[in-house]
Structures are given as structure tokens and as C-alpha cells.
Design a binder for this molecule. Structure first.
Ligand code: GLU
Length: 412
């Protein structure tokens, strides 16, 4: 049975309640979404379930991507919206948290159908969206083309230009030069910082990466170019393992031509499950949620795990890994590069200024490292009795609750 993700989020909040001495009212505020919008999109003769959930907007308008995937459900969108709230607060960008999703298989859909779904999504939800209300972006299986259709449909509906309504747009439509590989870039900055802090030697490290989508493939290339040894990677069809280190440019070519990394001939084809259990030093999770659960947590051999996907480790698995002394760099920290660059794009659109790429790269670097340091400091304050995820949540929750209090939402 599928583990209920949001139920576990509430369990985690109740743990944090004890650690941070929070009131019932504060926990209630943090565990209830502000607005859940649901409909079905009529596409040809199908009805596709679709959601947009604004979890919290105390720190600013809602922000978060839209996912197209056959596994999309309310529990998933709600959890993803909650994580966006934490991520945005930790990164100190002026947003609340939100997320959207449509349940269907985009890999089996024609371009025509993808366009129809994108436009219908906006027709259904444009009233709850807006550059100062709730700002979507790409997520799993949505990209800059989808954002372009959505922008166009939104502007048709409201009758004026409003590029800041959506981020992750193509550069031609006022997107940001850095956005396409921003999640990977942010993850790369964090991995480098982690290695520096732990004084690990790059030459001795073996890395396995689950997922070869936008974030996974870009990060794999960045690490390879920087001289890291990637011994395994995977996509939805399976994985490939080569102990001596995969040649990533050649592998990317095979993936582009044939559709899967499993067609790469140097190495052994393995399952996605097997990839997670390989004897590596760093495991990077860049696929979907709930990949490490209580069923397989005991088999994990990596000492460090970096979450590039949202929620790839279940609540129960977190406990097992903590007891095994495995360090997890949590999603809300490691994958924040995407939304941070979304913020640059939004700010550019609102002011009309276009900022230099080098400057933005530096800004992203500064923001990622500032978050990393804050999390490490709190972690140390608690003398390592909590994991890094809890440390990140403590920082984010403090900011959200301060905003709620100033707004008068926590008064009796
Ligand atoms: N979908 C990305 C995430 O989960 C980016 C969200 C955004 O840019 O708003 O962080």
C-alpha cells in the first residue's frame, strides 16, 4: 500500500512541536493548507484530475511547480506544497508554498495533447493564480514549453501581459538564463560545500545517481565535468552500473538517441532498487518520492545521501538511516536552486531589469551556501541529536510563524 505522505508530515510536525516548544495552534496552522483547488480537465474523451494547492502565504505569494505524472494525487500535491513552504522560507525568498499537478501519463501524450492539458489547467485555475497570489513553475515532466503555453493562456484570460505569473519560461518569453539547470546547479554547490566541510577526497568517492531527468542529468554532467566518479545512474526504465566510472557524455548521447540509460553498453544493467543499495559513498536521489522506505532503508550502504527529488526518503526510513549514522542532505536545502532562480526570474519580470548571468550565478551560490551554513549551525546547536532535515524545518518554521504572528494570525 502506498505510504500516506502527508500523514507522515504531520507526525514530523508533532516531533518538531516538542523540540521547539510550539503551541497546538501553531501546529494546526502549519498542518492545514490555505486553499485546495481541484477539478477534472476534459481532454478529448478523458477527464484528468487536476489540483492547485496553496499551502501557506504568510511570507508572500504561493510558489511551486506543476507536475504531470500518472501518480499525481491529492496526498502528493499537498505534501509537495508543504515542502515548498519550508523550502522557500529556508531560502529566505519572499514566497509561501504551493504546488499543482495533473494525473496523466505525459510520456504517452502527443505534443498537441500536452498543449491542451497545459491550457486547460490555466483555464481551470487562473482565478487562484497571479504574480502576487500564486506563481507556478516546472516540476516533474513539465518544461519551459509547457510554461510558455500556460503563460499565453493566462495572458489571454486576463487580457494583459503578466510574465511574472509563471517562472521557468523560455528565455525568449522573459525567462531567466539560469533557470533550466538551476536545480542541478544548486545541488552541485551543496555537494561541493559538503565535501569541503567534511574534508572528503573527491578522488576516492563513488557516486550513484537515481534519476536522469532535468535535475538528475544536469547534475550528473556537472559532477563528471568536475572530475567526480559516477558509477551508476538510472531512469524510469532501469539503471546502469560500471564500477570504474561511467563516461557521462557518451552515456548522455545514448540516452538522447535511444530513450534510456540502460542501452549504454559499458556496464551492467541493474534495477532502480539495486542502484539504491550499491556500495557507494554518495547516493543522489533525483527521481520521485518514497524511493527509500522502511522496506529497503536497512540495505542502504552510502554514507551520504543528497535529496534532489522532493521527498525521496519516507519518514520511517529517515529514522532507520539516522540510527545507521547515514547523513541526509534534505530536499528543502539541496534542491532549492530551482526556486531560487525562479525568484530571480520573477523579480526581473516585475522590475523590468535583466541581470547579468555571472551576477546571478554568484547570487545563487551565495544563497545556497547561506542556507547550508544556517542548517549546519542549528544542527550543531542541537549537538547532532537531530538530523539535518529537522534543523532545516526548525529554521523555516520559525520564519513562517514569525510572519503569521506579525499578521495577527496567532493571537487568541
Ligand atoms: N518544482 C521545483 C521545486 O520543487 C521548482 C519550483 C519553482 O521554481 O517554483 O522546487
Amino acid at each position: 500500500m502506498k505510504e500516506k505522505i502527508f500523514t507522515d508530515i504531520v507526525k514530523r510536525l508533532n516531533e518538531i512541536k516538542k523540540i521547539a516548544n510550539l503551541s497546538d495552534k501553531e501546529i494546526e496552522l502549519l498542518s492545514k493548507p490555505k486553499k485546495v483547488s481541484y477539478t477534472t480537465l476534459q481532454i478529448d474523451n478523458q477527464k484528468l484530475p487536476a489540483w492547485r494547492i496553496l499551502f501557506n502565504d504568510a511570507l508572500g505569494p504561493g510558489k511551486g511547480g506543476i507536475r504531470f505524472h500518472p501518480g499525481v494525487c491529492k496526498d502528493e500535491v499537498l505534501s509537495l506544497a508543504f515542502w515548498m513552504m519550508i523550502k522557500d522560507a529556508l531560502a529566505e525568498i519572499p514566497y509561501g508554498g504551493a504546488k499543482g499537478g495533473v494525473k496523466f501519463d505525459p510520456q504517452k501524450a502527443s505534443l498537441k495533447k500536452l498543449e491542451k492539458v497545459s491550457r486547460k489547467f490555466i483555464d481551470a485555475f487562473y482565478v487562484v493564480l497571479g504574480e502576487n497570489k500564486d506563481i507556478p513553475a516546472p516540476d516533474v515532466y513539465t518544461n519551459s514549453q509547457v510554461m510558455a503555453w500556460m503563460l499565453d493562456e493566462y495572458e489571454k484570460k486576463v487580457g494583459h501581459h503578466e510574465p511574472a505569473i509563471i517562472t521557468g519560461k523560455p528565455v525568449e518569453l522573459q525567462g531567466c538564463v539560469l533557470r533550466d539547470d538551476a536545480t542541478a546547479r544548486g545541488g552541485f554547490i551543496i555537494i561541493k560545500e559538503m565535501i569541503k566541510n567534511l574534508k572528503l577526497n573527491k578522488k576516492n568517492l563513488k557516486i550513484a545517481i537515481q534519476g536522469f531527468g532535468n535535475a538528475g542529468s544536469n547534475l550528473t554532467q556537472m559532477l563528471w565535468q568536475d572530475g567526480f566518479k559516477i558509477v551508476a545512474t538510472s531512469d524510469s526504465q532501469g539503471g546502469i552500473y560500471y564500477q570504474k566510472g561511467l563516461n557521462i557524455p557518451k552515456l548522455s548521447k545514448v540516452k538522447n538517441q535511444s530513450g534510456s540509460v540502460i542501452n549504454f553498453t559499458t556496464g551492467q544493467v541493474i534495477s532502480n532498487q539495486k542502484l539504491l543499495e550499491l556500495p557507494v559513498n554518495i547516493l543522489i536521489l533525483a527521481a520521485l518520492e518514497n524511493q527509500i522506505t522502511k522496506e529497503n532503508a536497512n540495505n542502504i550502504r552510502a554514507k551520504y545521501i543528497v535529496e534532489i527529488a522532493n521527498g525521496p526518503i519516507s519518514y520511517q526510513a529517515d529514522k532507520v538511516l539516522f540510527a545507521k549514522n547515514i547523513n541526509i542532505i534534505p530536499d528543502v536545502l539541496a534542491n532549492a536552486g530551482g526556486v531560487i532562480v525562479s525568484y530571480f526570474e520573477w523579480a526581473q519580470n516585475k522590475t523590468g531589469n535583466v541581470l547579468d548571468k555571472k551576477y546571478l550565478e554568484k547570487l545563487l551560490q551565495q544563497k545556497m551556501i547561506a542556507s547550508w551554513r544556517k542548517v549546519i549551525t542549528i544542527h550543531k546547536e542541537y549537538k547532532n541529536r537531530i538530523d539535518l532535515r529537522t534543523a532545516a524545518y526548525l529554521i523555516a518554521i520559525k520564519r513562517i510563524l514569525a510572519a503569521e504572528k506579525l499578521r495577527g494570525h496567532l493571537n487568541n
